[in-house]
Design a protein around this ligand. Structure first.
Ligand SMILES: [Fe+2]
Length: 252
């Protein structure tokens, strides 16, 4: 399902107070925004900072992360690989994960794949029992890559998988990490890992919910996709076009 038609689509937008205010309302209402600009010079980083009222956060040592095909990651469930990226919230191994993520599309994939997918986590939480949610809120969980291509990418972080800010859910969860102990495993060569029956069931329910309740967005060239990383999970479909090129920022 494409959401592009549901939102204002304007050419060469500026960062006017009116435009920023409109997208702030859309972000609050939908937890994500999608904007097609058709303008290679659109200052998407300034716009993202204004809409979120947040600053850039470094992501693995960089302010702008280039989401590009990397041949050595071909076989992995990774942003820079071609295999499907399974649902997660970003940077659960950060002590304070980014509040927002934004993607800017320099070059869409020429194949039919490579769509970014999103799902609001409240529907997933509704599939859990009150006891399960309580356990997720009360248990401190360690997030830190100790295996695979991202081993030791951060020092790791310990926090509950679920918390709330007022009524807003804050989820820190990666299907791959919880299920396989690896943020970006090779799905065709999974290594033995035992997350325990409770977390295994949580991961399975998360994936099952996500597979039937996500939005899939094929970003057009010079479009911006920005979402709330606390209450929206994301993933990416498989694709086969090595020229696909996105830029990513963290805000918080
Ligand atoms: Fe991600």
């Amino acid at each position: 399902m494409s959401t592009a038609a549901s939102f204002p689509n304007i050419k060469s937008p500026d960062c006017s107070v009116e435009l920023v205010s409109k997208y702030q309302q859309l972000l609050k209402q939908n937890h994500f925004i999608y904007l097609e600009t058709k303008d290679s010079n659109f200052d998407w980083i300034k716009f993202a900072k204004l809409v979120t009222d947040k600053e850039l956060m470094p992501q693995y040592g960089k302010e702008i992360f280039h989401v590009r095909y990397e041949p050595e990651l071909l076989n992995f469930s990774d942003a820079r690989g071609q295999k499907p990226v399974l649902p997660h919230t970003e940077a659960s191994d950060y002590p304070s994960p980014p509040e927002y993520l934004a993607l800017w599309c320099q070059k869409p994939s020429d194949c039919s794949g490579g769509q970014t997918t999103l799902a609001y986590v409240e529907g997933f939480l509704d599939t859990l029992t009150a006891e399960m949610k309580q356990q997720l809120m009360e248990t401190q969980h360690y997030f830190g890559a100790t295996r695979g291509v991202h081993a030791s990418r951060t020092k790791g972080a310990t926090h509950p998988i679920l918390s709330f800010s007022d009524d807003k859910p804050i989820l820190r969860l990666s299907y791959n990490y919880i299920k396989h102990g690896d943020y970006s495993p090779d799905p065709d060569n999974l290594q033995p890992f035992n997350p325990g029956s409770f977390l295994s069931e949580i991961a399975d329910r998360f994936l099952e919910y996500y597979e039937t309740n996500h939005l899939a967005i094929r970003m057009e060239q010079y479009s911006l996709l920005l979402w709330d990383n606390q209450c929206m999970a994301h993933a990416r479909n498989t694709y086969s076009d090595p020229t696909r090129a996105l830029d990513r920022i963290f805000l918080g």
